[in-house]
Structures are given as C-alpha cells and as structure tokens.
Design a protein around this ligand. Sequence first.
Ligand code: SF4
Ligand code: SF4
Length: 68
Amino acid sequence: MAYKITEDCTACGLCEPECPVQAITAGDPTYFIDPATCVECEGHFDEPQCASVCPVEACVPDPDHPKK
Ligand code: SF4
Ligand code: SF4
C-alpha cells in the first residue's frame, strides 16, 4: 500500500528529503506522495520515513493504492 498525505499537512517540508525514492513533492496547499513511486520504504527503512518525521501525522496508508 502506498502512503498518502492528508489535508492535515502543514507543508513543513520535513518529509520530502527523507523519502528514499523521491516520491514526495511539494504541492499547494499540501505535499503530495506519488502512489506509483512510493514503496512504503520497503528495503530502505523499517518504518515509513515520511510518517516517522511528520509532526502532524499527515502521512498515512492509502487504501486506494494497495500493493501491486
Ligand atoms: S512511505 Fe517511504 S517511500 Fe513512501 S512516500 Fe513515505 S518516505 Fe517515501
Ligand atoms: S512532514 Fe507532514 S506536515 Fe510536513 S510536509 Fe510532510 S506531510 Fe506535510
């Protein structure tokens, strides 16, 4: 399952440099995760890094994009 960024995002920018596959881009008004690129950090980290660093818990699993 890919991760997504909810409307709670404050666009702080913390998550973007943490993504190992550059799936996160700055957007307006919130940041955005490309579901086709996100690998849930598998093979890179034990936990999704975006969710780990987000101060407002805006990075959550996206049931609309299950694992292929
Ligand atoms: S879960 Fe990992 S791979 Fe997916 S967007 Fe977050 S940091 Fe990037
Ligand atoms: S760390 Fe959280 S609040 Fe900051 S840009 Fe990423 S999703 Fe938005």
